[in-house]
Design a protein around this ligand. Structure first.
Ligand code: PHE
Length: 339
């Protein structure tokens, strides 16, 4: 048996193959059910115990060598097949690029416009407590926004936990950590208990801004909003401010931009008014500054907030808000050219 092992070892060393099929045949001949190695092992079982001791080691070595060699031969033929069948003159497979989601595109654009005028970015949690969403922002205890009709509650109690209804909560977090000058924008996802329709959704995205320093005036607010509107919708865009109400700003205003579709003449997008509403804004209420330990005698500030979906709808004339959430690739693929 020792001679057989010796003989096979030599034979093994000399083995060569050219095709994958040859390699497979060798595998069966050597390592298959009736292969040389298997037969030797069967024979090994029948020999005397003292012989086993001296033959076990070389037999195992032969088995390992055969496995390695045949594996190497198979590998070599596979590589060869790949190398010889590749046609280097063929054009490459096209690389299909995905598109950024339109909401991300517009969010990035808004962030960039404000970054150019010195705003930094702040983010905060989507699950918030009552203080950051309502109390620190001067919402009276009986304000309807605190009602379940408008707000999703995670826990309803004296110290309620809610899904934030606006990213003004992040502005509160910034004021907690920082004294003026503050110039910050807060993008993020917000939640309101609304029936889903073409114009409203229970989840949407906002960018809110806050600017607090000495001598900040309503004129500064107007200029900041005008600059944003013209960067976003074009240099010829006009704005108008209508008086409004928010608990955290006084005075408060609603901002309209001239309709970029009809140029202000009136169309069905602007409902024949020539104007499109884009955001809320106002001077930060002194109560809010005081609640956040900022001296309201020394500092004033303005805040604004807009829905990203709304801006994106006006930019691309998307008529149904739900398209942003359905992730239909036929809709999303239309934004591949936009970065
Ligand atoms: N937080 C307001 C909203 O969600 C928007 C806003 C922000 C209004 C700042 C005025 C000032 O509707």
């Amino acid at each position: 048996m020792y001679e057989k092992i010796q003989h096979l070892s030599k034979e093994l060393e000399a083995l060569i193959v050219t095709t994958a099929q040859d390699a497979e045949e060798l595998r069966i001949k050597w390592l298959g059910k009736k292969g040389y190695i298997t037969v030797l092992f069967d024979e090994f079982k029948t020999i005397a115990a003292d012989q086993k001791r001296s033959l076990g080691q070389p037999l195992n070595a032969l088995k390992n060598a055969a496995q390695e060699k045949i594996q190497a031969l198979r590998h070599a033929t596979v590589q060869e097949t790949v190398a010889t069948s590749a046609d280097c003159t063929l054009p490459g497979d096209p690389q299909l690029f995905g598109a950024r989601h339109p909401i991300s595109i517009v969010r990035n654009e808004i962030i960039e416009i404000f970054a150019h005028t010195g705003y930094t970015l702040a983010e905060g949690p989507e699950i918030e407590d009552d203080w950051h969403v309502f109390s620190a922002l001067n919402f009276p205890p009986e304000h309807p926004a605190r009602d379940m009709q408008d707000t999703f509650f995670v826990r309803q109690s004296d110290n309620a936990v809610v899904l934030r209804t606006h990213t003004s909560s992040v502005q509160v977090r910034v004021m907690e950590l920082q004294q003026p000058p503050i110039r910050v924008i807060c993008p993020g996802r917000v939640f309101r208990n609304e029936a889903v329709s073409a114009r409203a959704h229970c989840i949407f995205h906002q960018v809110e801004g806050l600017y607090i320093d000495e001598n900040v005036s309503f004129a500064d607010l107007k200029q900041a909003v005008l600059h944003f509107a013209q960067e976003m919708f074009g240099k010829e865009t006009k704005i108008r401010l209508r008086p409004s109400y928010f608990p955290f700003t006084e005075p408060s205003a609603e901002v309209d931009v001239s309709c970029n579709i009809c140029g202000g003449k009136g169309c069905n997008i602007c409902k024949y008014t020539g104007w499109l509403e884009i955001m809320g804004c106002g001077m930060v209420d002194p109560n809010v500054l005081e609640a956040n330990n900022i001296d309201s005698k020394k500092y004033t500030g303005f805040a604004f907030g807009m829905g990203i979906e709304r801006i994106a709808m006006l930019k691309w004339r998307v008529r149904d808000l739900r398209l942003y959430f359905e992730n239909d690739v036929r809709f999303l693929a239309q934004f591949t050219a936009v970065v």
